[in-house]
Design a protein around this ligand. Sequence first.
Ligand SMILES: *Cc1c(COP(=O)(O)O)cnc(C)c1O
Length: 380
Amino acid sequence: MPEVIYFDNNATTRPDPSVVEAMLPYLGEQYGNPSSVSALGSQAARAVGLAREQVAALIHCEPAEIVFTSGGTESNHAAFFSARHLNPARRHCVTTAVEHSAVLKPLEALETRGYEVTRLGVDAQGRLDLEALERAIRPDTALLSIMAANNETGVLFPVEKIGEIARAKGVLFHTDAVQAVGKIPLHLENANLHYLSASAHKIHGPKGVGFLYVNRRSGFAPMLLGGGQENGRRAGTENVPGIVGLGKAAELAAHALEDEAREVRRLRDAFESGVLAQIGGVQLNGDPIDRLPNTSNLAFEGVEAQAALILLERANLSASAGSACLTGSLAPSHVLRAMGFSDDRARSSLRFSFSRLNTAQEVEKAVEIVAKTIRKLRES
Ligand SMILES: *Cc1c(COP(=O)(O)O)cnc(C)c1O
């Protein structure tokens, strides 16, 4: 296989080798069911307990506040299910126009069942207007669902301030923090958050596992019923290898959080300044300061992003246009459209997302590949 420069870390990440190593016994000889009293069962239960502590340490909450799930998508569904069932008389939700489809689609489905959804817009830098948020909350609002960091632009939303608004108005607050967990510090012990979704495969863990943080003071209505796993909050025999991998990934992320953010930001900034120095007609999409350290979303004037991606992939550079779920379709990114950009600008935008496994040499090489590709497309 040729050496691939992988700058698509907001789509998924490479599992860290020590995550794979930690998981291996649980795919083989350590096959116990954590609910059974056998020796194997209690070993598995201990491994799940350790993972719960590792995840809690990453976001500064209590281990009992972590519910393991099958990933970010399920966590979002579980939060929405719970909010609906805790407050059946309230049938209004507030979200933003720039959420991931794993928030937008389940809320659209609620609309077909008699719910009302308010979708807040953003400004040209992707930022939310908190006064508009306050005005959108009604007496029948059940839930705010507002992401912590945008997957396409990396723009950060002020989760703590939104939490204060939610508390003052007496509404539940959920955040899809799949892109924020492990990339920026989160301190849930003093945030006014009820539910937070995260996923292992965005932080060098395995696919198909994640968690929902449920504030210990919030109510919770479980979506999956059956055996009493996860303290009655999510039935089904635990994905022990996945949970062990998530725990290890969380431990690694917590350990390196600040150094890693600085290092990844350095790579991202070197990439951006390299590209801007080499070619004209390039614009940054999103707030230049208040964004994830690993994300760069750039508009290349006069270039079709889909065509650019094909050439970049041929040169062994992986990037993306908008969100992975939309690749292949010609729909312009709903995030860039919500920022007020034209279809043309949205269709000429590429996302490059970095991780601690990338290197300065890769950045240098990638700048050359991008510059060459964009020039070629503009000449043709
Ligand atoms: C990737 C992603 C999801 C989906 O997570 P899965 O674990 O793949 O289900 C949800 N929200 C955001 C912001 C994401 O980036």
